[in-house]
Design a protein around this ligand. Sequence first.
Ligand SMILES: Cc1ncc(COP(=O)(O)O)c(C=O)c1O
Length: 390
Amino acid sequence: MNQMLAINGGDPISRKTIPIHMPYLDKNDFNIVYNTIKSSYVSGNGPACMEFEKELAKYLEVKHVFYTNSCTAALDLAFKVKNFPSGSEVIVPNFTYTSTALAPLLNNLKVQLVDVNSYNGNIDLSKIEAAINQKTVAIVPVDYAGNPVEMEPILEIAKKHNLYVVHDTAQSLGSEYRCQKSGVLADVATYSFHGTKNMTTGEGGALVTNCDEIAQKVAIMREKGTDKQSFLVDKQDRGYYQYVDIGNSYVQSNLNGSLGITQLRKLDWMNSKRNEIAQYYIEELHSLPNIELPKITENSKTNWHIFYILVPPKQKYWIMDALRAEGVQANVHYTPLHRNKFYSHLGCDVDFPGSMEFFNRLLRIPIFPSLSKKQQQYIVKAVKKVIQSL
Ligand SMILES: Cc1ncc(COP(=O)(O)O)c(C=O)c1O
């Protein structure tokens, strides 16, 4: 094999590009969707959706689970049910997907960006209190890459300042913080089942809470402001339901709900596959010069939603191109919010040194349950080949 880099005309490590992500779908998934179509119950909040919610509640050990059409919708709902005075402020980490910040904005609230740790992309705990003022009503911590945020100190700050905590766990289903599933300690947590996530229902999300009062409101607002949910669940044979509040349609089709059932049943297995791959990468790459590997929060377990390497910032894009030339679909992730046109008025690079350092160094490499041993070996070889050439 020609050891010249493929980017310079050498032979690539893998002739076929190894994708960054692939959903894991098997016969059980195909069968359940087929059978659900045959049942003709295809519309929203059907029996399969309810079964999925029940199984997810058991898995997370929480009281209420509401399956929604996305995590973005679940985040929006989390604020819709609170009715905070317009102009109130919400603390959002600067290194996240736009949905985390859209939720307060869609509810006439203001976003206050807080910087993240330069070593793992989670909110910088030491910078939260400085961002709190009289108008602050909530905080939305995020588990970046599936790695749990330190929830205990966040809950202490929230208690001291009477803040509502919405935990954006879009990426961290199955991760654990202090022996509990990540998400269960917040007032509300929101998961994603988008095709790129550790389990998928095509599109989809869930709002999870232990609070009965929030749950009652979510049930109505998810169903266009109607009391259809109680009509369905309580089996009251009234033949109609009332329009009782404002709302939107956040319910998800029974077809997607059925996929949730089979996907959830293999989630722990899929996450254990990701863990095996991550451990292999760590073993093979930890002593390479010039890169750092993910640091997982103490007393936590990550679901390895994303595996990244931190590389020298000046060479990041060259390394990405060189890995791609070797047949490995490396990628960047999350442009910090303030770097996007829509959020650029909320700060500049000097305000967010942690986010900028993390972003400037971060490169994702493929991780998904069906990644074969051969592909894993190719990825390791490609990373070594490229990094050792620096
Ligand atoms: C942190 C975070 N929040 C929210 C979302 C939105 O999820 P969905 O696509 O299910 O709306 C994502 C999607 O990647 C995300 O990474």
